[in-house]
Design a binder for this molecule. Structure first.
Ligand SMILES: Cc1cc2nc3c(=O)[nH]c(=O)nc-3n(C[C@H](O)[C@H](O)[C@H](O)COP(=O)(O)OP(=O)(O)OC[C@H]3O[C@@H](n4cnc5c(N)ncnc54)[C@H](O)[C@@H]3O)c2cc1C
Length: 412
């Protein structure tokens, strides 16, 4: 796919540093609402969309799927999307477990599983259909500068890009966040998420399983066909050894953890290991600058919420910027961006806390803790309002929802 490169002196409304899943969605959302956008990423399109780039699949909450639908991305993803009909959470071999199913809330699946590679391909396919997005891939940021009038990004190639607003959507090691000197808190979990896909003999029936093992959660997540994506949380000091296992030995460890309910299981494709931490900034905005997605907050994958939070950021930012432009405000003004910053820091903070608490509670095998959590799970299973609260979290419908996630248009 060819990069769309503009003339050197063109100015954009918004410059997005980071063309990951959140950055590209933001670009599409902005262009769809009449903003001109430049997207910079250091990785070329052919690598971003290669099967070997990112082995993860994401559990996309119902609310995130609404956003993809509203922005015309969903038709490109739908053939690769596996509806999640049930979630079963169990504590190792304990018979006490939590069970969520889509029929309880009666409003379609809890979400969909889509391989990140297919989501990226869908985003690029949507960009090809649109006007207003200039892609600078692969390019690296050399310097960033902000003045009262504009923000300027200079690339290592010498290209200068001017705009009213810079979005830092450049992941956990965000250069935009460092440039703005926004303080970041970080807790290293000393765990890695080992990721691979498996094919299996029997159908998964659209059920996602999360099992809590002493080293951390082990998730078996349904993909299209008789395939599942695994996220195996392991202590970091054991990760290198596991990643170095022969294919046969690795497959046998995977089979041991899954058990026999899916019949014969085979590992397909590669394996990846991601270091796990909780990382967040208190402030998402500065003059002419806003952080979105993992650049602002990276959480443990235990609840499958990281990307979903980033997509909510995108939808909230669109709400704020479209509204500001309608009334003639400068989209880079601090007073405009503060509305986004306050909205999202408040909304996201509860998810950091819940996710962090869950990981601490479930990543150990201390007797009394194990008993307390088993009883807690049994209690949640029996108390309908509590269960519905957790399901609404899984569906991404908790908190102040941006218009596009409520199925409303920003044009009215
Ligand atoms: C094992 C695992 C499983 C997960 N499962 C789920 C799940 O089921 N559901 C869910 O919602 N979330 C999940 N997550 C979280 C999710 O993957 C992340 O939250 C999401 O990928 C973050 O997207 P992003 O676009 O914000 O950042 P990133 O994906 O990190 O993208 C950042 C982009 O910026 C580019 N970049 C970085 N620095 C620069 C620079 N200096 N110049 C130019 N470009 C730059 C990078 O190349 C990259 O393309 C999971 C995470 C892990 C580790």
């Amino acid at each position: 796919m060819a990069s769309k490169k503009p003339a050197p002196d063109v100015r954009y409304d918004v410059t997005i540093v980071g063309g990951g899943l959140a950055g590209l969605t933001a670009a599409i959302g902005l262009a769809e609402h009449g903003f001109s956008v430049a997207v910079i990423d250091m990785v070329p399109v052919r690598d971003l969309t290669a099967a070997s780039y990112d082995g993860r699949a994401s559990a996309l909450a119902y609310a995130s799927c609404q956003l993809f639908e509203a922005l015309g991305i969903w038709p490109h993803m739908e053939p690769y999307a596996q509806p999640i009909l049930e979630i079963r959470v169990s504590d190792g071999p304990s018979l006490l477990h939590l069970h969520f199913d889509n029929e309880t809330l009666g409003d379609g699946p809890l979400g969909h599983m889509v391989e990140n590679r297919h989501t990226r391909l869908a985003l690029f396919a949507r960009i090809e259909e649109m006007e207003g997005i200039a892609l600078y891939l692969p390019e690296k940021v050399a310097t960033l500068d902000r003045s009262a009038a504009e923000a300027t990004v200079t690339l290592e190639s010498g290209q200068v890009i001017r705009s009213s607003l810079i979005l830092g959507v450049d992941g956990r090691n965000s250069v935009v966040r460092k440039h703005a000197d926004l303080a970041t808190s970080r807790i290293d979990y000393k765990q890695h998420g080992i990721v691979c896909s498996v094919s299996h003999e029997f159908s998964h029936c659209g059920i996602a399983h999360e099992r809590f093992l002493p080293s951390g959660p082990f998730a078996i997540l349904p993909l299209t066909g008789n395939r599942s994506s695994l996220v195996w949380t392991e202590k970091s000091h054991l990760t290198d050894t596991i990643m170095a296992l022969s294919d046969r030995a690795f497959e046998s460890e995977v089979r041991r953890r899954i058990g026999d309910f899916l019949g014969d299981v085979k590992v397909i494709g590669g394996r990846w290991a991601y270091p796990l931490s909780l990382q967040y900034t208190q402030e998402y905005v500065a003059d002419r600058l806003a952080l979105v997605g993992d650049a602002a907050h990276g959480i443990h994958p235990i609840s499958g919420q990281g990307l979903n939070l980033g997509l909510k950021d995108v939808a909230a930012l669109l709400d704020v910027l479209v509204e500001a432009r309608k009334v003639g405000l400068d989209i880079g003004a601090r007073s405009v961006l503060d509305r986004y910053g306050q909205w999202r820091t408040t909304d996201n903070a509860s998810v950091y806390a819940i996710t962090d608490g869950f990981n601490r509670l479930f990543s150990n095998d201390i007797g009394p803790v194990k008993l307390a959590r088993d009883l807690g799970m049994a209690a949640v299973n029996e108390v309908t309002p509590l269960k519905n609260f957790f399901m609404s979290h899984a569906r991404g419908t908790v908190g102040e929802l941006p218009k596009l996630l409520r199925g409303e248009s920003l044009r009215s």
